[in-house]
Design a protein around this ligand. Structure first.
Ligand code: AMP
Length: 399
C-alpha cells in the first residue's frame, strides 16, 4: 500500500474536521467531522466511498476521544498505513510564519504565544495538534497558517492609523485570514487564464459564514479586508464587519454595555443575522425574501452585497491591473442573487455578469459568469483541505 496520503485536521473548540487526501490529485479518501465535542451528545460522522456513518464518542467526549475514534475508523478501513503526514490548519501565525511549517516544540510555543491574537482559534488548533502527536507519534505534523499567505502585504496595507507603538509593542496590525482559500482560488483563476499565477492580478472574494476579500498581485496577497482579527471587513453571517469604532464607545458609555456584551453583539448577533433579525444563513434569507417578501431579509442581503462590492472596488487600488474577480465560499459558490447584486455595483471596473451563466453556476461548478465584453468574473469552489495536503506533502519532501 502506498504511503502518500495526508491527514488534514481542522480543529475548532467544539468540532474537529478531518480528511485523508491524496495530495497529488486532491482525491478525498475518507472525510468526516466530530461535533459537539466536550458534551455527552458528541459524535463523529464519516464519509467513505459514498457511505455515511455516525457513531457517538466515549467520555470525556473531547478532542482526544475524537482522534482515538478516528484512528479506529482508519484502521477498520485499512487506511492508517497510507498516512505519511498530518497537516493542521492553524488560524494565526502572526508575523512568525509565512510558510508551511514542521511542528516542533518551539513552533507549539509560538502558537501558544500567538493565542493572544486568536484566543478562540489557536488554543483549539493546538489541542488538535497535541492529540494527534500522542496517537500518531511517528508521523511528521505540519502547520498551515491561515494568515501566512497575507504576510506579503506591504506596510501601507497592514499598518492602522493608530500610534505606531501599538504595532511595535503589541503587534496590532492587519494580518488577513482565509489565506489558503484565497491562494487556492487565485491559483485556479490563473489556470483559467492559462498564465502563471506570478503573472496574474486578481481579487478574490471568499463569502461563507466568514467573509473576506483579497487583492492578489502577481500571485501575492497585497491587501485583504479582514484585519487584526476576522471581525474586520465586510459584514458576515453573524459578525458585523467594519463599523465606526465610535459605536463601541457609545454602547459602553451611553448604553451600559460591558466589553463582553459588545464582543458578543459584534461577533455573534450582527451581520446577516443582526440586520435580518431572522438568520445568519444566506439560503434561509433568500427563501424568506422570495417566498415571504421579508423586507429585513432582503435588506440584510443587499447591505451585505453592497459592502462586498465596495470592498472589491477599494482593493482594486492596490493593483496596477485587474485580470478578474473570483467568488468562492458557500455564498460565493451558490448564491446567484448575491453575485448579481455585488456585480451590479462594479460596472466601473468593467464587470458585468451574464444572467443565465450566473443562475446556472452553483453546487460545486466553476466557470466565468462574465459577459463576453466583461472582465472575467469566476465562480470557483474553494478547497482549503487540498492546499493543506499539498503544502504538507511539499514540506515533507523538502525535509
Ligand atoms: P461556508 O462557511 O463556506 O460553508 O458557507 C456557508 C454559507 O453558504 C451559509 O450562509 C449558507 O447559507 C450559504 N450557502 C450554502 N449553499 C447555498 C445556496 N445553495 N444558496 C445560497 N447560499 C448558500
Amino acid at each position: 500500500m502506498k504511503k502518500n496520503a495526508i491527514l488534514v485536521i481542522n480543529c475548532g473548540s467544539s468540532s474537529l474536521k478531518f480528511s485523508l487526501i491524496n495530495p497529488e490529485c486532491g482525491e478525498i479518501i475518507i472525510s468526516g467531522i466530530a461535533e459537539r465535542l466536550s458534551s455527552p451528545s458528541a459524535c463523529i460522522t464519516t464519509k467513505y466511498q459514498g457511505d455515511k456513518g455516525q457513531q457517538p464518542l466515549s467520555p470525556p467526549y473531547a478532542h482526544k476521544a475524537a482522534i482515538s475514534e478516528l484512528v479506529g475508523i482508519l484502521s477498520k478501513h485499512q487506511l492508517v498505513e497510507q498516512v505519511c503526514a498530518i497537516g493542521h490548519r492553524v488560524v494565526h501565525g502572526g508575523e512568525d510564519y509565512s510558510q508551511p511549517t514542521l511542528i516542533t516544540d518551539d513552533v507549539k510555543q509560538t502558537i501558544v504565544k500567538l493565542s493572544k491574537l486568536a484566543p478562540l482559534h489557536n488554543p483549539a488548533n493546538l489541542i488538535g495538534i497535541e492529540a494527534c502527536q500522542k496517537v500518531f507519534s511517528q508521523l511528521p505534523q505540519m502547520a498551515i497558517f491561515d494568515t501566512a499567505f497575507h504576510q506579503t502585504m506591504p506596510d501601507t496595507a497592514y499598518i492602522y492609523g493608530i500610534p505606531y507603538s501599538m504595532y511595535q509593542k503589541h503587534s496590532i496590525r492587519k494580518y488577513g485570514f482565509h489565506g489558503t482559500s484565497h491562494y487556492f482560488v487565485a491559483t485556479q483563476a490563473a489556470k483559467m487564464l492559462n498564465r502563471p499565477l506570478s503573472d496574474c492580478n486578481i481579487i478574490t472574494a471568499h463569502l461563507g459564514n466568514g467573509c473576506s476579500v483579497t487583492a492578489v498581485s502577481q500571485g501575492k496577497s497585497v491587501d485583504s479586508s479582514m484585519g487584526f482579527t476576522p471581525l474586520e471587513g465586510v459584514m458576515m453571517g453573524s459578525r458585523s464587519g467594519s463599523i465606526d469604532p465610535g459605536i463601541i464607545f457609545h454602547l459602553i458609555d451611553q448604553l451600559g454595555y460591558s466589553a463582553d456584551e459588545v464582543n458578543k453583539l459584534l461577533n455573534k448577533e450582527s451581520g446577516l443575522l443582526g440586520v435580518s433579525g431572522l438568520s445568519n444563513d444566506c439560503r434561509t434569507l433568500e427563501q424568506a425574501m422570495l417566498e415571504e417578501k421579508h423586507p429585513q431579509a432582503k435588506l440584510a442581503l443587499d447591505v451585505f452585497s453592497y459592502q462586498i462590492a465596495k470592498s472589491i472596488a477599494s482593493l482594486s487600488a492596490s493593483l496596477n491591473q485587474l485580470d478578474g474577480i473570483v467568488f468562492t465560499g458557500g455564498i460565493g459558490e451558490n448564491s446567484s442573487y448575491v453575485r448579481e447584486q455585488v456585480t451590479s455595483y462594479l460596472s466601473l471596473l468593467n464587470i458585468k455578469i451574464d444572467t443565465e451563466k450566473n443562475a446556472s453556476t452553483r453546487f460545486g461548478q466553476s466557470g466565468n459568469i462574465g459577459q463576453e465584453n466583461s472582465r472575467p468574473c469566476w465562480v470557483i469552489p474553494t478547497n482549503e483541505e487540498w492546499v493543506i495536503a499539498q503544502q504538507s506533502y511539499q514540506l515533507l519532501n523538502k525535509e
